[in-house]
Design a binder for this molecule. Structure first.
Ligand code: SAJ
Length: 420
């Protein structure tokens, strides 16, 4: 791999991972073009702006754009390196939807001349990197992965991202990385590229092991959160405080139980385990059950709120938080958001005041409901008969339950913020 400063990199997908990666590469001297199908994202980046909330990203993007090292476009340009960071949602049957990866491959294929490195960063089911390479080679039979018949090579690797939303700019640089190549040489080339900005250890393996490593990390967390969520249901049934229970058990030197909540959200932990389940359904029993336990949690919270509102003619409900976790604006796969929608449907006579300090307007499906409005925190709580805390945002955690008058209201605290 040529020196980073003489390398042109196209980053396909300017979302929560692609844009930070593009900015970091540009800051380290590469010539970076970000590619996105969304024109407004492309325009925002070209103005040096970030179309979502992520600490410290704004400065990097505006700096890189000003220096002329980062620009954005809606079409894929010729480049030395292509980094694919597009979504991999799952379909109804929980199998991964690879259509965004396929579209990225279709954009890259015509630009290749031989010698390029193509890296898939999107979280992917086992075999997706191979699938992407085959897609490219199907439209470019003049190229090859191994030089067979003297054809020019393309190098393909998988390098899953593992950064935590909210800490992306730090973790991109400090996390260890796994690089899985379809060939050893492809893995080595990808390692050299990541070495330009990554201070962590870079470990080489094959593409499928790298794909599985990422899925396994998130499944590990999902299974452990499911354990905490199951304990919360058991504790409710026994009439004990689950947070006290976990705090006590965690004093054991080899026990570290996670925190229960209203369910598991986000586009990673709530999704990735299904890629393993749909790939090897007969053996992924614990992983499947954990998903089911976590996915069942929103309905259990809903039942508690419905019970708390029973008997009120026109219950006023304050629902605190819509994001999938604290202190971010990301509402994707958010259990809080699902609970608010279900609540409004289940209790059409109730007025639901949704509080989300990180957004300015409700997502479409909530805005479409007559009995849901976006309300500031204090006003929503002051007016409420029932308060349901769904996300442990700092603003809620810092509030004083006495000043909020919670003693006079029914409270469903899914995060244990106001206990004791
Ligand atoms: N949650 C709980 N209880 C807990 C911890 C989390 O209910 O004790 C919930 C959160 O509220 C949230 C969900 O789980 O709804 C996921 O949040 P998270 O902070 O655990 O993880 P993500 O989805 O933001 O990021 C994860 C990270 N993976 C791991 O920690 C193994 C991150 O490192 C990955 O890069 C990211 O997924 C990804 O992109 O895959």
């Amino acid at each position: 791999m040529a020196h980073i400063e003489s390398t042109t990199i196209a980053v396909i997908g300017l979302g929560y991972i692609g844009l930070p990666t593009a900015a970091v590469l540009a800051m380290h001297g590469a010539d970076v073009v970000g590619v996105d199908v969304n024109r407004s994202t492309v325009d925002a980046v070209n103005r040096g702006e970030v179309p979502f909330v992520e600490p410290d990203l704004g400065l990097s993007v505006s700096g890189a754009v000003k220096q002329g090292r980062l620009r954005a476009d809606t079409t894929t340009p010729p480049a030395d390196v292509y980094i694919v960071a597009v979504p991999t949602p799952f379909a109804e049957d929980h199998a991964a939807d690879l259509s965004y990866i396929e579209a990225a491959a279709d954009g890259i294929a015509p630009q290749l001349t031989g010698g390029e490195l193509v890296i898939l960063e999107s979280t992917s089911p086992p075999g997706a990197t191979q699938h992407m390479a085959e897609r490219i080679l199907a439209s470019r039979p003049d190229l090859s992965l191994d030089g067979e018949g003297g054809k020019p090579l393309i190098h393909v690797a998988h390098c899953p991202e593992r950064v935590l939303p909210g800490r992306v700019m730090i973790e991109l640089v400090t996390n260890d990385r796994i690089v899985g190549g379809l060939t050893v040489h492809a893995a080595e080339l990808a390692r050299d590229l990541y070495r330009s900005f990554c201070q962590g250890q870079i470990m080489l393996t094959d593409a499928m092991t790298a794909e599985m490593a990422k899925l396994v990390e998130n499944s590990f967390r999902d299974v452990n959160i499911a354990f905490a969520n199951e304990l919360s249901v058991i504790s409710d049934t026994l009439g004990i405080d689950v947070w006290e229970l976990i705090e006590l058990a965690n004093h054991h030197p080899r026990v570290n139980i996670l925190q229960p909540g209203p369910g598991v959200g986000g586009h990673c932990i709530a999704v990735d385990p299904w890629f393993i389940v749909s790939s090897v359904p007969e053996h992924a029993r614990l992983i499947r059950t954990a998903r089911e336990v976590n996915d069942a949690k929103p309905e259990l919270v809903l039942a508690k709120v419905v019970e708390a509102a029973a008997g009120l003619e026109r219950p006023r409900i304050a629902a605190l938080g819509l994001a999938f976790k604290p202190d971010i604006d990301d509402l994707r796969e958010s259990p809080a958001r699902r609970i608010v929608a279900r609540l409004a449907q289940e209790l059409p006579h109730a007025a639901v005041a949704a509080v989300e300090p990180h957004i300015h307007e409700l997502p479409a499906e909530l805005a479409a409901l007559d009995n849901v409005t976006l309300v500031p925190f204090e006003a929503a709580v002051a007016d409420a008969d029932v308060v349901v805390l769904l996300v442990d945002h700092q603003q809620f955690k810092k509030s004083d339950p006495v000043a909020l008058g919670l003693a006079d209201k029914a409270v469903v605290d899914t995060r244990g913020v106001w206990r004791g």
